[in-house]
Design a protein around this ligand. Structure first.
Ligand code: NDP
Ligand code: GDR
Length: 321
């Protein structure tokens, strides 16, 4: 039986990856940080089938202990300060947790389990002010936020440990992926949750930022399959994981409101305070390397994804579609 250590198991991706690995017969160990109130909603349904260890990405000794005690065959490093706007408000913390901490994880592995396979959660935010479209593995990075800059560090330090120490360390450059478990502040979930609250009579206005931004949105469940395949290769390689299709935030808003029988123009207003200091205008990934080498293609398309999220939020708010 293989053992996997997942950092960020309480997040969106960690919870889907835990499910996937359990279904494949892994022993799953999740690293969680100490909080005054437990926030295990996303893993409640698998709680009895996984082991939890306490650790924080800012604390080397806790990472060492997590690795020493779990002796993983595979490590999935999902933990991060992952919200882009917060990275302007907390740039040094984001640099530490999202960037430098990748070195700490790699050092813990190098010391105690150098033959474990390591996955780093790289991001399309590294492409930022894009140098070409679609973005592929060879596209130069031009990050546009402290978050993006920190992810570039995490990406290259992973490449560096692979090349310096021959470790099986790889990165997935994942484009935005969403689900009913997406954090409420990210744009998809913010919109689908607002739609449900409007239908429930709990909200009458929705303030948004830049409606013209374009993103390549996929389903988190599909993307976890790609990550797992990446970790089973004959040698470690980095891959772009995306759908290859792009939509504006306005399109997302329109679809989500329409799915609940609402006209978005009656409820949505833009708030200049929500415009970011520097924006990533357009992301569209080219997943052809993942398709050719991993045999991976996304199953859920954008319209189904939005409908799935609207449906889940309507249910959460007790509204019948
Ligand atoms: P979430 O924000 O949902 O989850 C982040 C996780 O990191 C949580 O479990 C959180 O724990 C944990 N965490 C935060 N800070 C620390 C810390 N100091 N020590 C230990 N754990 C910590 O992110 P996602 O699941 O959406 O994303 C997973 C990873 O993939 C992230 O690295 C993200 O940057 C990256 N990524 C995500 C994409 C997406 O579209 N979702 C696209 C590309 C990359 P807690 O619950 O305690 O807060
Ligand atoms: P992003 O995701 O920054 O791409 O990072 P987010 O959903 O926050 O924003 C997407 C786009 O929507 C625009 N936008 C708004 N965004 C939010 N959050 N709230 C709003 O009200 C709003 N209005 C418009 C944004 O300006 C932006 O252009 C996500 C995170 O999961 C990262 O961790 C990950 O690395 C990248 O995706 C790939």
């Amino acid at each position: 039986m293989k053992t996997a250590l997942i950092t960020g198991i309480t997040g969106q991706d960690g919870s889907y990856m835990a499910e996937l690995l359990l279904s494949k017969g892994y022993r799953v160990v999740g690293m969680v940080r100490r909080t005054s109130l437990e926030k295990f909603e996303r893993i409640e349904h698998v709680r009895e089938r996984i082991d939890l260890v306490q650790g924080d990405l800012t604390d080397q000794s806790s990472l060492d202990e997590a690795v020493k005690n779990s002796m993983p065959d595979e490590v999935y490093n999902f933990a991060a300060q992952s919200f882009v706007p917060t990275s302007w408000n907390q740039p040094a913390l984001t640099g530490d947790v999202t960037g430098l901490a990748v070195s700490r994880m790699l050092e813990a592995l190098r010391k105690y389990r150098a033959d474990a396979r390591f996955y780093q959660a790289s991001s399309s935010e590294m492409f930022g002010k894009v140098m070409e479209t679609p973005q592929r593995e060879s596209t130069p990075f031009y990050p546009r936020s402290p978050y993006g800059v920190a992810k570039v560090y995490g990406h290259y330090i992973t490449v560096n440990y692979r090349e310096s120490y021959g470790m099986y360390a790889c990165s997935g450059i994942l484009f935005n992926h969403e689900s009913p478990r997406r954090g409420i502040e990210f744009v998809t979930r913010k919109v689908t949750d607002a739609v449900a609250r409007i239908r429930a009579g709990k909200l009458d206005r929705l303030k948004m930022g830049n409606l013209d931004a374009q993103r390549d949105w996929g389903f988190a469940g599909d993307y976890m399959e790609a990550i797992w395949l990446m970790m089973q290769g004959a040698e470690p390689r980095d891959y772009v994981i995306a759908t290859g299709h792009t939509h504006t935030v306005k399109d997302l808003v329109d679809r989500a409101f329409t799915a609940a029988g609402l006209d978005w123009q009656k409820y949505v207003e833009t708030d200049p305070k929500m415009i970011r200091p520097a924006e990533v205008d357009l992301l569209r990934g080219d997943p052809s390397k993942a398709k050719a080498e991993l045999g991976w293609t996304p199953k859920v398309q954008f319209p189904e994804l939005v409908e799935m999220m609207v449906r889940a939020d309507l249910e959460r708010h007790g509204v019948t579609a």
